[in-house]
Design a protein around this ligand. Sequence first.
Ligand code: IMP
Length: 225
Amino acid sequence: MKRRLIFATNNKHKLEEVRAALSQSGAIEIVSLAEANLQGEIPETADTLQGNALQKAQWVWERIENSKLKIENSGASQQATDFDGVFADDTGLEVEALDGAPGVYSARYAGEHCSFDDNIDKLLAALDGETNRRACFRTVICLMERSDECGVMSDECAIHYFEGRVDGQILTERHTNGEGFGYDPVFMPDRFAVSFAEMPLEVKNTISHRGLAVQKLAEYLTHNS
Ligand code: IMP
């Protein structure tokens, strides 16, 4: 029987990326939040990537358990809430000369409703005149699975983390072909002479923080299904 996992994201691009990485294994079905009928803003208020990934996965897990109880009490079909697990990811750009900033605050580095461009402008200003441009992107994926010992209705779970990291440097100005998003125009990965925003997505996915974390998740799921 297929293992059904919910991916706790509203980002369609990430959903496609993860589905593609897991497509070799016919034993896993990835379900989006919309398909699981889950709406609302997922909280991410922890101060570490791991904490945020766990918080997002837990938020979904708790909602699934609650709707399961409601369905059980109403006697309706349980199909829609039958899941074997939930996973969520969180990513940050960590800059050596800035003591790891923006890190877990990468999305809102320049303020609560800032744009990618605002974030890049703030980063370039913070590194103005700085010779140490070393930085890395890190992604942490948190997977919550039903543990073997418990039955389908149990809310007990096993928690696993998968991390991906790519090292590189922050350029002094934007380099872009229009590829990518976020800090891509100013991040050049080691062993490459172009920024992430000048790379085809297929190439970026094979070396990127998120790509590597997803590969580790895929290996785990393939060997444990
Ligand atoms: P999230 O946790 O994946 O939403 O990532 C948080 C923030 O990190 C995003 O809003 C982007 O600013 C930045 N980010 C994440 N992944 C990438 C990437 O692959 N390239 C550039 N920036 C990224």
